[in-house]
Design a protein around this ligand. Sequence first.
Ligand code: NAD
Ligand code: ZN
Length: 363
Amino acid sequence: MSNYHEVVLRTKTKEYPIIVGRGVINDLPKFMKGFRNSKKCAVITNNVVRPLYGEFVQKLLSNAGYEAYVIEVPNGEDCKDLRVVERVYDELISYRFDRYSTVIALGGGSTGDLAGFIAATYMRGINYIQVPTTLLAQVDAAIGGKAAINHPKGKNLIGVFYHPQLVLVDVDLLKTHDFRDLRSGLAEIIKYGIIMDSEFFKYVVSNKAKLLDVSSEELLKAVLKCCEFKASIVSKDEFDREGIRAILNFGHTVGHAVETYSNFTLRHGEAVSIGMCYEAKVSAAMGFINKSVADEVCRSLSDLGLPTRIEESAEVSKLLDLMRRDKKSVGGKIAMVLLKDIGSSFLMDSVPEEVVLEVMRSW
Ligand SMILES: NC(=O)c1ccc[n+]([C@@H]2O[C@H](COP(=O)([O-])OP(=O)(O)OC[C@H]3O[C@@H](n4cnc5c(N)ncnc54)[C@H](O)[C@@H]3O)[C@@H](O)[C@H]2O)c1
Ligand SMILES: [Zn+2]
């Protein structure tokens, strides 16, 4: 077996390992030995990831005695669609998948969300494994049991909480990752430092160049640390009801608005970077942190090569409207995760609109 690290995610009802390392994909069949399994597995992947790793994983499984299928779904958000879900159900039924069969999500966060939704609902729930292949999915989306698909009226509107049996994080799979996507994933990495661990924030800032090198020890270490952060948050607030898991949304109130406003030309992490800088400034405007702390947050993001500003011509009223419609908001009030310091944050469910406007205008 390759060298690996194991993070255990424990909730009230479930416990499962997150395996982090290089080359750990090769050991997938060994990690599956432990759970009750009917030898049938389906690798759900898309047309981009399939030629890179899909057939490889299928072969790995069939060599280990599994009856392994590859189910190809559309790339990106297009797969998070009820019509795709239905087609995948059709395939699973035609392969005679039963309650002990396994679904393997091989791809970024979008493939993972779709596969998780399918695993949760097919026969009221079957085995499922996450093999995330983007940085964002390795440090965030694949961990924590949230799975959702989109509705024409909104993103992630239809979903479930359903945990995998195993998350296999192989950092080597990022070697084929697009550079802009990789850098965008760094926004979610530094976010953990900003919201909950100032030491980790410093680590990211001082290793910024190495973190963009997939073969570096620093990146592996950072991914592992983020898996630990996410697992600890999820174990304390599995269903996102205690205000603990909510802090992961730092930068996302503004981030989602900016992402939508850009018509998704900005990567998610880029929009979140703009959002984090902005929300740090709101934290300062409300007196929770000094302006110098907000400036430090913004500077660290731009040092990573991430954007921190929206285009000057952006329409403030449209952005504000998008923020009011954010999922965290209740009763049309703007909810936002604010900072008490670097490494400490909380959810404020009603941020005065005057403050939001004032910061946006002076930006
Ligand atoms: N469930 C959760 O908790 C959670 C959390 C955050 C985000 N998400 C979801 O995650 C999705 C975004 O995830 P994402 O950023 O990974 O996007 P993605 O899944 O769309 O992947 C980005 C692009 O990278 C390609 N790709 C994937 N792996 C690759 C590799 N190793 N080499 C080359 N190309 C590769 C994909 O085909 C795609 O074109 C959104 O749908 C979001 O809603 C879910
Ligand atoms: Zn995010």
